[in-house]
Design a protein around this ligand. Structure first.
Ligand code: EPZ
Length: 417
């Protein structure tokens, strides 16, 4: 099990380029199931989750060519063959469940292992299934599998009780080949939803309103494979932005759109961080006196839950009392116990964490509990006095392309051991 060895208390400087968004690439790869032609994803991040999804496509007899040197993925779905999606693929990555809508649209049926929970919460799929039922599918759940059948999906109005990202993506994909119009109300508004709609529309779909709470999809007969470059990863960008005040450094983040990061930028400015935007560059000066603040994670455009643990690391060294309320997932404070080992003063009561800023953190051996909590611990290691060892960094590799290379290029001292 590889680990990060981090020598802390170092300033950073220079600029960093942001990769394409994992959470945009995954549903875009799934969309290729909807066509029987060739698509190319340019600039795709070479991440474990992306490779697992390519494995899922290959299990349906798609030809997938991953060109690591050029960050390119070619997918040929001409000879796609129906297959159930087996348990270990879904166990590896719950986002595999995103294929169910596209499979029903393409094959008229889909059988997939019910995704297990994960550490951050039970993560049910009730809204995905409710939506598919509204589009005329019959659903059967037994022996840990769910089977969805629909000769021809029929457009309908679907109201999402919660603006679920995955459910919005699943239903948007399914509706592209349904008969008639589908309206998704209380839809998720994340930038990755807009990027997926742009990709589908380029393939010939008719989708309007992506990014607003109401999306209209007019079914079409056929979609054509295309080449496409997904948007940048706003969570990777946010992670590097927060690294500046954590290490009292001034750094530049390139290849970003501030629109996708507004809530993070606004909160950091309220805390006293100097942030200037020049087109697709963000210059962050974190060598400032920080003021405490209160964070509440919300669906986009609110403060993103995927930035919660990185922000908690910053608040743990911000003088005064701050709080973090996690409203999206029921168990996303697993980084707290690890941060306490580094000297943080944090109390958790249900979904609210109260943080008393301490002067500095001290290096310790910690374990990454999940992807974003792991990123938060790496940031803690950057500012802690002494050495920090972060274990289980395979979680971090799922969402960040060699995070240590990018941080070391800014002056950090991280070794993968
Ligand atoms: C996506 O997960 C992201 N993953 C997550 O990023 C992100 O944290 C999450 O959206 C929220 O922004 C990908 O895009 C691959 P949801 P998803 O459906 O689609 C409840 C990362 O770090 N819910 O919006 O699973 C659910 O339990 C990952 O890259 C239902 O109740 O998120 C959760 O509490 C972590 N029923 C809330 O909605 C459903 O049918 C948000 O889930 C579906 C969801």
């Amino acid at each position: 099990m590889s680990k990060f060895y981090i020598n802390g208390n170092r300033r950073l400087k220079g600029s960093v380029n942001i990769s394409s968004a994992k959470n945009a690439v995954l549903p875009i790869l799934v969309s290729t199931i909807l066509t029987d032609s060739v698509s190319t994803i340019n600039g795709s991040p070479m991440l474990e989750d992306v490779f697992v999804l390519c494995e899922v496509l290959r299990s349906l007899s798609a030809e997938v060519n991953i060109d690591r040197d050029n960050n390119k993925i070619d997918i040929n779905t001409k000879n796609l063959k129906y297959e159930g999606i087996d348990n270990d693929l879904v166990r590896k990555m719950r986002a595999s469940f995103l294929v169910i809508g596209a499979m029903v649209a393409r094959f008229g049926k889909a059988k997939i292992s019910l995704p297990g929970g994960c550490k951050i919460g039970s993560r049910p799929i009730d809204l995905h299934l409710k939506g598919l039922k509204a589009l005329g599918a019959t659903i059967k759940e037994e022996h840990g599998y769910v089977e969805v059948v629909a000769e021809q999906l029929e457009g309908n109005t679907v109201y999402l009780d919660f603006p679920s990202v995955g459910a919005t993506e699943n239903l948007m994909m399914a509706a592209t080949l349904a008969k008639g119009d589908t309206f998704i109300e209380n839809a998720a508004k994340e930038p990755e939803i807009v990027d997926l709609a742009n990709f589908l529309n380029k393939m010939g779909a008719k989708i309007q309103g992506a990014g607003s709470g109401k999306i209209c999809i007019t079914g079409v007969k056929r979609l054509e494979g295309v080449s496409y470059t997904p948007i940048f990863d706003r969570i990777e960008a946010g992670t590097f932005i927060i690294a500046a005040p954590i290490t009292k450094s001034k750094i530049t983040i390139e290849g970003v759109d501030e629109e996708h990061l507004k809530s993070v930028i606004v909160k950091l400015r309220e805390m006293g961080v100097k942030i200037d935007v020049f087109g697709n560059k963000i210059v962050v000066d974190g060598d400032v006196e920080l003021k405490p603040t209160d964070i509440m994670t919300m669906p986009h455009p609110g403060f993103p839950t995927d930035m919660q643990s990185q922000m908690m690391t910053l608040l743990s060294i911000t003088p005064g009392r701050s709080s973090v309320t996690e409203t999206i997932f029921e168990n996303r404070f697993m980084q707290v116990a690890e941060l306490r080992r580094m000297g943080a003063n944090i109390n958790v009561n249900g979904r609210i964490a109260t943080i008393e800023g301490v002067k500095e953190l001290t290096g310790a051996e910690v374990v990454a509990p999940d992807l974003r909590a792991g990123a938060g611990l790496v940031l803690a290691g950057l500012c802690a006095k002494g050495e920090t060892i972060v274990d289980h960094i395979y979680h971090i590799d799922r969402g960040y392309v060699t995070i240590e290379d990018k941080l070391n290029a800014l002056g950090a001292e991280i070794t993968r051991i």
